[in-house]
Design a protein around this ligand. Structure first.
Ligand code: T5A
Length: 224
């Protein structure tokens, strides 16, 4: 009698979206999820900080500004604890089942916000990445780039009369530094990252993302 082996599903692809405040990440991630699902590819949308029940509790603490009171390193530990739960409870299990994961912010945000802007030592960030994400690197990182004033105006318009959160409340210089940090990440890792103009219409940005994805991931998925 021949033995049958279950065929392991092909691993899903991991795509992260990064950029400053109001860059349009949430908008684009939803458009991409719809497009992938229409193409017959199962994809889930998730976010950081948050994305799992435990991490969502930490999100609330961090974005309320409580983490800032503890100091930059402790605030970084909170982001790391949230990421650890999210990776193990949501991201890895989905990828293992062949589901594509679209994540609104990931470790590049820690590098940019905590590393560049809050001066947390790169050695600490590397050590935390080892624990939380291990070898899990995004297959593609879309970095949405736009002038700081435009992003802040979009975020303010969406917020209406609500209060700005922990990071929205920072000044222009902080956000300009962030923009520079994300542009640097894109330059340092061109094979993983793509920097896209986020001032275009949502539809034009979505088409550019789709073009990159087809070129870098869908062709590769079809031949795997
Ligand atoms: N953080 C996060 C860290 O410091 N370290 C970390 O490790 C991590 C993971 C999360 C905060 O935490 C920090 C970074 C963040 O400050 P959040 O509430 O999740 O905060 O907020 P953000 O990720 O910053 O996202 P935003 O909600 O500010 O913006 P998005 O998702 O980039 O933008 P989106 O799509 O909601 O769009 C904003 C507005 O603009 C419009 C939309 O309709 C919306 O009203 N819009 C456009 N308008 C014109 N043209 C376009 N192309 C548009 N696209 C969207």
């Amino acid at each position: 009698m021949t033995e049958t082996h279950p065929i392991a599903p092909q691993r899903g692809r991991f795509i992260t979206f990064e950029g400053g405040e109001g860059a349009g990440k949430s908008t684009q991630i939803k458009l991409l999820a719809d497009r992938l699902n229409e193409a017959g590819i199962r994809a889930i949308v998730t976010r950081e900080p948050g994305g799992s029940p435990g991490a969502e509790i930490i999100r609330h603490v961090v974005l309320s500004g409580m983490g800032k009171l503890l100091g930059a390193e402790a605030e970084t530990l909170l982001f790391a604890a949230a990421r650890d739960d999210h990776v193990h409870a949501v991201i890895k299990p989905a990828l293992d089942q062949g589901i594509w994961v679209l994540c609104d912010r990931f470790s590049d945000s820690t590098r940019a916000y905590q590393g560049q802007q809050s001066n947390v030592a790169p050695e600490l960030l590397t050590a935390l990445e080892r624990v939380t994400i291990g070898g899990l690197k995004p297959d593609l990182t879309v970095i949405l780039d736009l002038p700081v004033e435009v992003g802040m105006a979009r975020a303010a318009a969406r917020r209406g009369t609500g209060m700005p959160d922990r990071f929205e409340a920072e000044g222009i210089a902080f956000h300009q530094g962030l923009r520079d940090a994300f542009r640097q990440i894109a330059m340092d890792e061109p094979q993983r990252c793509v920097l896209l103009d986020a001032t275009l219409s949502p539809k034009a940005v979505a088409n550019n993302i789709w073009r990159v994805l087809r070129k870098r991931l869908l062709r590769e998925a079809a031949h795997a």
